[in-house]
Write a protein that binds this ligand. Structure first.
Ligand SMILES: Nc1ncnc2c1ncn2[C@@H]1O[C@H](COP(=O)(O)OP(=O)(O)O)[C@@H](O)[C@H]1O
Ligand SMILES: [Mg+2]
Length: 285
Protein backbone atom coordinates (compact mmCIF):
# COMPACT_ATOMS: atom_id res chain seq x y z
CA UNK A 1 0.00 0.00 0.00
CA UNK A 2 1.50 3.36 -0.93
CA UNK A 3 1.95 6.11 1.62
CA UNK A 4 -0.95 8.31 0.52
CA UNK A 5 -3.30 5.36 0.58
CA UNK A 6 -2.06 4.38 4.04
CA UNK A 7 -2.89 7.91 5.20
CA UNK A 8 -6.34 7.48 3.72
CA UNK A 9 -6.84 4.25 5.62
CA UNK A 10 -5.82 5.98 8.85
CA UNK A 11 -8.15 8.89 8.09
CA UNK A 12 -11.00 6.54 7.32
CA UNK A 13 -10.40 4.58 10.51
CA UNK A 14 -10.43 7.76 12.57
CA UNK A 15 -14.01 8.74 13.39
CA UNK A 16 -12.99 12.40 13.44
CA UNK A 17 -10.88 12.24 10.32
CA UNK A 18 -13.06 11.26 7.40
CA UNK A 19 -11.27 13.44 4.92
CA UNK A 20 -8.25 12.40 2.97
CA UNK A 21 -6.43 15.53 1.80
CA UNK A 22 -3.84 13.55 -0.11
CA UNK A 23 -6.32 11.79 -2.32
CA UNK A 24 -9.76 13.34 -2.46
CA UNK A 25 -11.16 10.68 -4.76
CA UNK A 26 -13.68 7.88 -4.55
CA UNK A 27 -11.27 5.60 -2.68
CA UNK A 28 -12.04 7.17 0.68
CA UNK A 29 -15.80 6.52 0.90
CA UNK A 30 -15.20 2.90 -0.05
CA UNK A 31 -12.47 2.51 2.57
CA UNK A 32 -14.60 4.27 5.15
CA UNK A 33 -17.45 1.89 4.45
CA UNK A 34 -15.14 -1.06 4.86
CA UNK A 35 -13.43 0.17 8.02
CA UNK A 36 -15.94 2.11 10.12
CA UNK A 37 -18.32 -0.15 11.95
CA UNK A 38 -21.93 0.98 11.96
CA UNK A 39 -23.03 2.99 14.98
CA UNK A 40 -26.53 1.62 14.54
CA UNK A 41 -27.38 -1.70 12.98
CA UNK A 42 -31.04 -2.64 12.62
CA UNK A 43 -31.74 -6.21 11.67
CA UNK A 44 -35.10 -7.57 10.57
CA UNK A 45 -37.02 -5.30 12.92
CA UNK A 46 -40.78 -5.82 12.98
CA UNK A 47 -43.86 -4.57 14.82
CA UNK A 48 -47.48 -5.46 14.17
CA UNK A 49 -50.78 -4.16 15.47
CA UNK A 50 -53.14 -7.05 14.90
CA UNK A 51 -52.84 -8.00 11.25
CA UNK A 52 -51.16 -4.67 10.33
CA UNK A 53 -47.39 -5.06 9.95
CA UNK A 54 -46.34 -1.50 10.76
CA UNK A 55 -42.61 -2.19 10.58
CA UNK A 56 -41.94 -5.26 8.50
CA UNK A 57 -38.55 -6.94 8.50
CA UNK A 58 -36.58 -3.68 8.38
CA UNK A 59 -32.78 -3.86 8.13
CA UNK A 60 -30.33 -1.00 7.70
CA UNK A 61 -27.09 0.39 9.14
CA UNK A 62 -26.12 3.94 10.03
CA UNK A 63 -22.38 4.65 10.04
CA UNK A 64 -20.77 6.88 12.63
CA UNK A 65 -21.06 10.54 11.59
CA UNK A 66 -23.67 9.84 8.95
CA UNK A 67 -26.94 11.69 8.45
CA UNK A 68 -29.40 8.99 7.41
CA UNK A 69 -32.80 10.27 6.30
CA UNK A 70 -35.90 8.09 6.31
CA UNK A 71 -38.66 9.10 3.94
CA UNK A 72 -41.98 7.53 3.04
CA UNK A 73 -45.67 8.29 2.70
CA UNK A 74 -47.94 8.90 5.67
CA UNK A 75 -48.65 5.71 7.58
CA UNK A 76 -45.49 4.01 6.25
CA UNK A 77 -44.29 3.23 9.79
CA UNK A 78 -41.62 5.93 10.15
CA UNK A 79 -42.67 7.15 13.60
CA UNK A 80 -43.15 3.57 14.78
CA UNK A 81 -39.62 2.76 13.63
CA UNK A 82 -38.23 5.75 15.56
CA UNK A 83 -40.21 4.65 18.65
CA UNK A 84 -38.68 1.19 18.34
CA UNK A 85 -35.17 2.63 18.02
CA UNK A 86 -35.62 4.93 21.03
CA UNK A 87 -37.08 2.14 23.18
CA UNK A 88 -40.50 3.74 23.51
CA UNK A 89 -41.94 0.72 21.69
CA UNK A 90 -40.67 -2.83 21.94
CA UNK A 91 -39.88 -4.96 18.90
CA UNK A 92 -41.96 -8.02 18.05
CA UNK A 93 -38.87 -9.47 16.45
CA UNK A 94 -35.51 -8.39 15.11
CA UNK A 95 -32.46 -6.75 16.64
CA UNK A 96 -31.11 -3.27 17.28
CA UNK A 97 -27.36 -3.04 17.78
CA UNK A 98 -26.10 0.32 19.01
CA UNK A 99 -22.38 0.95 19.24
CA UNK A 100 -21.86 -2.80 19.01
CA UNK A 101 -24.24 -3.60 21.88
CA UNK A 102 -27.59 -5.35 21.50
CA UNK A 103 -30.04 -2.80 22.96
CA UNK A 104 -33.21 -4.50 21.68
CA UNK A 105 -34.42 -5.27 25.21
CA UNK A 106 -33.04 -2.11 26.85
CA UNK A 107 -35.30 0.55 28.37
CA UNK A 108 -35.42 4.03 26.90
CA UNK A 109 -33.41 5.62 29.79
CA UNK A 110 -30.70 2.96 29.35
CA UNK A 111 -30.54 3.71 25.62
CA UNK A 112 -30.30 7.45 26.35
CA UNK A 113 -27.43 6.73 28.76
CA UNK A 114 -25.72 4.75 26.01
CA UNK A 115 -26.00 7.79 23.73
CA UNK A 116 -29.17 7.14 21.74
CA UNK A 117 -31.41 10.18 22.10
CA UNK A 118 -34.66 11.10 20.53
CA UNK A 119 -35.90 14.63 20.20
CA UNK A 120 -39.25 14.36 21.87
CA UNK A 121 -41.56 16.71 19.99
CA UNK A 122 -42.75 19.41 22.40
CA UNK A 123 -43.74 16.87 25.09
CA UNK A 124 -40.26 16.87 26.62
CA UNK A 125 -40.42 20.63 27.11
CA UNK A 126 -41.38 21.99 30.51
CA UNK A 127 -43.65 24.81 29.29
CA UNK A 128 -43.35 27.17 32.26
CA UNK A 129 -39.61 26.82 32.58
CA UNK A 130 -37.39 29.13 30.55
CA UNK A 131 -35.39 27.77 27.62
CA UNK A 132 -32.29 27.88 29.82
CA UNK A 133 -33.99 26.05 32.69
CA UNK A 134 -35.24 23.38 30.30
CA UNK A 135 -31.75 22.61 29.02
CA UNK A 136 -30.13 22.95 32.48
CA UNK A 137 -32.71 20.49 33.84
CA UNK A 138 -31.91 18.04 31.04
CA UNK A 139 -28.19 18.30 31.85
CA UNK A 140 -28.96 17.78 35.54
CA UNK A 141 -31.07 14.72 34.69
CA UNK A 142 -28.16 13.24 32.73
CA UNK A 143 -25.67 13.89 35.51
CA UNK A 144 -27.94 12.19 38.02
CA UNK A 145 -28.47 9.34 35.55
CA UNK A 146 -32.17 9.82 36.06
CA UNK A 147 -35.00 11.79 34.56
CA UNK A 148 -36.83 12.41 37.81
CA UNK A 149 -34.96 15.49 38.97
CA UNK A 150 -37.10 18.37 37.85
CA UNK A 151 -36.21 20.79 40.63
CA UNK A 152 -35.56 24.33 39.56
CA UNK A 153 -31.93 24.65 38.62
CA UNK A 154 -31.62 28.45 38.70
CA UNK A 155 -28.23 29.83 39.75
CA UNK A 156 -26.35 26.61 39.24
CA UNK A 157 -23.55 27.83 36.97
CA UNK A 158 -22.28 24.27 36.56
CA UNK A 159 -25.51 23.57 34.71
CA UNK A 160 -26.27 26.99 33.25
CA UNK A 161 -22.94 27.44 31.52
CA UNK A 162 -23.15 24.29 29.36
CA UNK A 163 -26.89 24.93 28.91
CA UNK A 164 -26.17 28.39 27.48
CA UNK A 165 -23.61 26.92 25.10
CA UNK A 166 -26.14 24.37 23.83
CA UNK A 167 -28.85 27.01 23.40
CA UNK A 168 -26.47 29.17 21.39
CA UNK A 169 -25.49 26.15 19.33
CA UNK A 170 -29.12 25.48 18.32
CA UNK A 171 -29.67 29.16 17.46
CA UNK A 172 -31.58 30.25 20.55
CA UNK A 173 -29.08 32.91 21.62
CA UNK A 174 -30.98 35.85 23.04
CA UNK A 175 -33.93 33.59 23.97
CA UNK A 176 -32.44 31.94 27.08
CA UNK A 177 -34.84 33.54 29.55
CA UNK A 178 -38.05 33.19 27.55
CA UNK A 179 -40.53 30.71 29.06
CA UNK A 180 -40.74 27.70 26.74
CA UNK A 181 -44.44 28.15 26.08
CA UNK A 182 -43.77 31.68 24.79
CA UNK A 183 -41.32 30.43 22.15
CA UNK A 184 -42.51 30.19 18.55
CA UNK A 185 -43.24 26.74 17.11
CA UNK A 186 -39.88 26.65 15.31
CA UNK A 187 -38.03 27.79 18.43
CA UNK A 188 -39.69 24.99 20.39
CA UNK A 189 -38.33 22.52 17.85
CA UNK A 190 -34.87 24.06 18.35
CA UNK A 191 -35.32 23.74 22.12
CA UNK A 192 -36.24 20.06 21.73
CA UNK A 193 -33.00 19.49 19.85
CA UNK A 194 -31.17 21.39 22.62
CA UNK A 195 -32.76 19.12 25.26
CA UNK A 196 -31.71 16.06 23.27
CA UNK A 197 -28.16 17.46 22.90
CA UNK A 198 -28.02 17.90 26.69
CA UNK A 199 -27.93 14.10 26.96
CA UNK A 200 -24.72 14.12 24.87
CA UNK A 201 -26.04 11.73 22.25
CA UNK A 202 -23.96 9.75 19.79
CA UNK A 203 -27.07 9.23 17.68
CA UNK A 204 -29.90 11.73 17.47
CA UNK A 205 -33.32 10.55 16.29
CA UNK A 206 -35.45 13.30 14.76
CA UNK A 207 -39.08 12.81 13.70
CA UNK A 208 -40.12 15.53 11.26
CA UNK A 209 -38.35 18.52 12.85
CA UNK A 210 -39.56 20.78 10.01
CA UNK A 211 -43.24 19.89 10.32
CA UNK A 212 -45.42 22.94 10.88
CA UNK A 213 -42.55 25.42 10.71
CA UNK A 214 -42.57 28.67 8.75
CA UNK A 215 -40.15 29.26 5.90
CA UNK A 216 -37.67 31.10 8.14
CA UNK A 217 -37.99 28.57 10.96
CA UNK A 218 -37.45 25.76 8.50
CA UNK A 219 -34.29 27.43 7.21
CA UNK A 220 -32.99 27.89 10.80
CA UNK A 221 -33.57 24.24 11.67
CA UNK A 222 -32.05 23.05 8.38
CA UNK A 223 -28.98 25.17 9.16
CA UNK A 224 -28.86 23.67 12.65
CA UNK A 225 -28.96 20.14 11.25
CA UNK A 226 -26.23 21.04 8.78
CA UNK A 227 -24.10 22.34 11.67
CA UNK A 228 -24.67 19.17 13.73
CA UNK A 229 -24.06 16.89 10.78
CA UNK A 230 -20.82 14.94 10.98
CA UNK A 231 -20.35 15.72 14.67
CA UNK A 232 -23.38 13.73 15.75
CA UNK A 233 -24.84 10.80 13.86
CA UNK A 234 -28.42 11.62 12.89
CA UNK A 235 -31.45 9.58 11.83
CA UNK A 236 -33.83 12.09 10.31
CA UNK A 237 -37.43 11.49 9.32
CA UNK A 238 -38.58 14.36 7.17
CA UNK A 239 -41.20 15.10 4.54
CA UNK A 240 -39.42 18.19 3.20
CA UNK A 241 -37.63 16.60 0.25
CA UNK A 242 -35.56 19.68 -0.45
CA UNK A 243 -34.12 19.50 3.08
CA UNK A 244 -33.70 15.71 2.92
CA UNK A 245 -31.79 15.72 -0.33
CA UNK A 246 -29.69 18.70 0.77
CA UNK A 247 -28.72 17.18 4.12
CA UNK A 248 -28.67 13.40 3.87
CA UNK A 249 -25.61 11.25 3.28
CA UNK A 250 -27.95 8.35 2.62
CA UNK A 251 -31.70 8.00 2.33
CA UNK A 252 -33.88 5.02 3.28
CA UNK A 253 -37.38 4.71 1.83
CA UNK A 254 -40.13 3.15 3.91
CA UNK A 255 -43.36 2.06 2.24
CA UNK A 256 -46.04 0.01 4.03
CA UNK A 257 -43.58 -0.93 6.77
CA UNK A 258 -40.85 -2.12 4.42
CA UNK A 259 -37.61 -0.38 3.61
CA UNK A 260 -37.79 -0.70 -0.16
CA UNK A 261 -34.48 1.08 -0.85
CA UNK A 262 -31.55 2.72 0.93
CA UNK A 263 -28.67 4.53 -0.68
CA UNK A 264 -27.06 7.78 -1.76
CA UNK A 265 -29.55 10.62 -2.42
CA UNK A 266 -28.84 10.61 -6.17
CA UNK A 267 -29.44 6.85 -6.40
CA UNK A 268 -32.69 7.13 -4.42
CA UNK A 269 -33.89 9.97 -6.64
CA UNK A 270 -33.19 7.84 -9.71
CA UNK A 271 -34.69 4.62 -8.29
CA UNK A 272 -37.77 3.69 -10.33
CA UNK A 273 -39.49 1.80 -7.51
CA UNK A 274 -39.01 4.74 -5.14
CA UNK A 275 -40.31 7.22 -7.69
CA UNK A 276 -43.39 5.13 -8.29
CA UNK A 277 -44.04 4.53 -4.60
CA UNK A 278 -43.27 7.93 -3.22
CA UNK A 279 -41.36 10.64 -5.00
CA UNK A 280 -43.71 10.65 -7.98
CA UNK A 281 -46.68 11.56 -5.88
CA UNK A 282 -45.68 14.47 -3.68
CA UNK A 283 -49.20 14.96 -2.36
CA UNK A 284 -48.52 13.60 1.12
CA UNK A 285 -48.89 15.82 4.20
N1 LIG B 1 -50.74 2.05 18.57
C1 LIG B 1 -51.20 1.75 17.35
N2 LIG B 1 -52.23 0.89 17.19
C2 LIG B 1 -52.68 0.55 15.97
N3 LIG B 1 -52.17 1.03 14.83
C3 LIG B 1 -51.16 1.90 14.90
C4 LIG B 1 -50.60 2.31 16.16
N4 LIG B 1 -49.60 3.18 15.93
C5 LIG B 1 -49.50 3.31 14.60
N5 LIG B 1 -50.43 2.56 13.98
C6 LIG B 1 -50.62 2.45 12.52
O1 LIG B 1 -49.37 2.10 11.96
C7 LIG B 1 -49.20 2.74 10.71
C8 LIG B 1 -47.90 3.51 10.71
O2 LIG B 1 -47.97 4.60 11.59
P1 LIG B 1 -46.75 5.60 11.81
O3 LIG B 1 -45.59 4.83 12.32
O4 LIG B 1 -47.24 6.71 12.64
O5 LIG B 1 -46.48 6.07 10.32
P2 LIG B 1 -45.73 7.36 9.74
O6 LIG B 1 -44.95 8.00 10.86
O7 LIG B 1 -44.86 6.84 8.65
O8 LIG B 1 -46.79 8.27 9.20
C9 LIG B 1 -50.43 3.60 10.48
O9 LIG B 1 -51.31 2.89 9.66
C10 LIG B 1 -50.99 3.78 11.87
O10 LIG B 1 -52.39 3.94 11.83
MG1 LIG C 1 -44.95 9.93 11.66
Amino acid sequence: MDRALADCVRAAADPDGFLCPQRPDRTVPRLREALVKPLLSVQQLSKSYGALKVTNDISFDIAEGELFAIIGPNGAGKTTLIHQLSGMLSADSGQILFNGVDVTQQSMPDRVKAGLARSFQITSILPRFTALENVATAIQARRHSSFRFFDRVANDEGLNEPARAILNEVGLDGRHHVPADSLSHGEKRQLEVAIALATQPKLLLLDEPLAGTSHDESRNITNLLRALKGRITIALIEHDMEAVFALADRVGVLVYGRMIAAGAPADIRANAEVRAAYLGEETHA
